[in-house]
Design a protein around this ligand. Structure first.
Ligand code: HEM
Length: 225
């Protein structure tokens, strides 16, 4: 019996590959001074509002996607109503800015660039869209929970109430199980290895786009400078 055939080199699941390949970018993003200042409780609620506004532009791009994407064999299985955040962000922003929160609101240049790239992938490249989907939603289900706790403590929002609804996934009772299923979807992504490599690259780009927004916010609220 051929030993190589009976004992093939184990293939790294794609979920593990994308996580490992973007670890450095994750460290860079969450090491930004704006995040440190926010988690350290050093920023005012105006900074938190500004940050939440940027998220609204990003999630609008992630969630106002062409209808065909839901039926796409690559991106479709990821699009789940229980992940949708736009309505939650709008409730948070109404709480933070009052009913007129949207008047005159424009994205930071880095946010506009980020949202434009997400929209471009949603339109033209479903596997690239998956990279953006993963980078935001799996992060929200993980480190996002740390931001929620800090925000509640620092600015006095009700636990899981208006102001932090973005971080509360009412339709996901067991986030650990959800993340497991999500990783299984990544592992089953119906694309070849070259395309998977491109998805990893797009994930790194997604992190860089996030980092750019955090950098710009850090310049606007330069506490650590
Ligand atoms: C507030 C700063 C952040 C903290 C404290 C944080 C923390 C964490 C933690 C603890 C995990 C691991 C969870 C687990 O093992 O299940 C995680 C995973 C993740 N985070 Fe973050 N994070 C932060 C910022 C970010 C940012 C800015 C992004 C990108 C937009 C991001 C994207 C992700 C992703 C995609 C994962 C899932 C990795 C995987 O298991 O495949 N995080 N984060």
């Amino acid at each position: 019996m051929n030993v190589a055939a009976s004992n093939p080199t184990p293939v790294t699941p794609f979920s593990a590959l994308i996580r490992t390949a973007s670890q450095e970018q994750h460290t860079e993003a969450n090491g930004m001074s704006f995040i440190g200042d926010m988690l350290g409780g050093r920023l005012g609620v105006d900074a938190y509002r500004r940050y939440t506004e940027q998220l609204w532009f990003v999630y609008r791009a992630l969630e106002s996607v062409p209808g065909e994407l839901a039926g796409d064999p690559v991106a479709g299985p990821f699009i789940r109503p229980e992940l949708a955040r736009t309505a939650e962000l709008e409730r948070d922003l109404a709480h933070l800015g009052g009913p007129g929160w949207q008047a005159g609101l424009v994205p930071l240049p880095s946010t506009a660039a980020y949202a434009a790239r997400v929209a471009e992938c949603a339109r033209d490249w479903p596997a690239g869209y998956v990279a953006h989907h993963y980078t935001r939603y799996l992060g929200d289900l993980s480190g996002g929970q740390i931001i929620r706790g800090t925000a509640e403590k620092t600015w006095g929002f009700d636990r899981k109430g208006d102001g932090v609804r973005f971080y509360v996934f009412e339709g996901i009772a067991n986030p650990a199980a959800f993340k497991r299923d999500y990783r299984a979807l990544l592992d089953a992504l119906p694309v070849d290895d070259l395309e998977k490599q491109r998805v990893v690259e797009e994930c790194r780009r997604a992190y860089a786009l996030n980092t750019a927004v955090l950098r710009e916010l850090g310049r606007e609220f330069p506490l650590s400078a």
